[in-house]
Design a protein around this ligand. Structure first.
Ligand SMILES: NC(=O)c1ccc[n+]([C@@H]2O[C@H](COP(=O)([O-])OP(=O)(O)OC[C@H]3O[C@@H](n4cnc5c(N)ncnc54)[C@H](OP(=O)(O)O)[C@@H]3O)[C@@H](O)[C@H]2O)c1
Length: 234
């Protein structure tokens, strides 16, 4: 198998860490907000951070990136009962980390891939993109729906340049992001809503990402793949 140069965001834990583990045959640049353990540091809530991350990853990977995986994301409460300015600030924070930073990286990747003769993008969205989310998470669902629309646009716009783009839409997945909720009484309700009877393992999402990033046929470009135990089928 050809070794690919891959940038994966948000690899300090959860799904991102599992994606790293699923790509042992490739050269991977990992990332998190604070860095550490070889990861590139870039706080994606800050304007300009995504571009700095891309440049640093390019340098580490010898000037060529074959695959971009946008995985970093936040799932933070935002109640409409909070003061207006606080609600707007939380909306904008989530949009910047989950969508705008990913869009910046996608733009830089597409520009790079056009020069290099092609490449792949795998964006991690969510079941929430299609199903919606709780009253505290309008911003999260909107950011992930934006991710799906953006990825399909990239797939349609640049397939002729050998640039392929895919979205993965996990449902509840074992990671820090859902650990507290699953431990609460809400966890039982979640399980009752999943025909498979359990939440997804991070390694199951990672395996889907690995396949899309390295092996999925070109004709699958534009696909959004669900990994949710049939808790939401569309
Ligand atoms: N777990 C689920 O149930 C689930 C379901 C659907 C979709 N997803 C999506 O899957 C992706 C990974 O989720 P996860 O469950 O693995 O989450 P997680 O365990 O909370 O990990 C999130 C990752 O994103 C990074 N990150 C967060 N804020 C950042 C920032 N401001 N700048 C840079 N990096 C930042 C974190 O790095 P730091 O160490 O810097 O914080 C961490 O590596 C997310 O996009 C999430 O929306 C998850």
């Amino acid at each position: 198998m050809t070794s690919l140069n891959i940038l994966v965001t948000g690899t300090s834990r959860g799904i991102g860490k599992a994606i790293l583990a699923a790509l042992p045959d490739h050269k991977v640049a990992g990332h998190s907000s604070a860095g550490g353990e070889g990861r590139i540091a870039a706080d994606l809530s800050q304007p300009g951070a995504a571009e700095t991350l891309w440049r640093e990853a390019l340098a580490r990977l010898g000037g060529r990136i074959d695959v971009l995986v946008n995985n970093a994301g936040v799932f933070e409460d935002n109640s409409i009962d909070d003061p207006h300015d606080a609600w707007i600030a939380q909306w904008e924070r989530t949009m910047r980390i989950n969508l705008t930073a990913s869009a910046e990286l996608c733009r830089l990747a597409v520009l790079h891939f056009r020069e290099e003769g092609g490449g792949r993008i795998v964006n991690i969205a969510s079941r929430a993109a299609y199903r919606g989310d709780s009253p505290q998470h309008w911003h999260y669902a909107a950011s992930k729906a934006g991710m799906v629309g953006m990825t399909k646009s990239i797939a349609r716009g640049y397939a002729a340049d050998n640039i392929l783009a895919f979205t993965v839409c996990p449902g509840f997945t074992g990671s820090d992001m859902v650990e507290d909720y699953m431990a609460s009484r809400g966890g039982q309700k979640v399980l009752a809503d999943i025909p498979l009877g359990r939440i997804a393992g991070a390694e199951e999402v990672a395996e889907t990402v690995r396949w899309l990033a390295t092996q999925a046929p070109a004709s699958a470009t534009g696909a959004a793949i669900d990994v949710n135990g049939a808790s939401f089928v569309r």
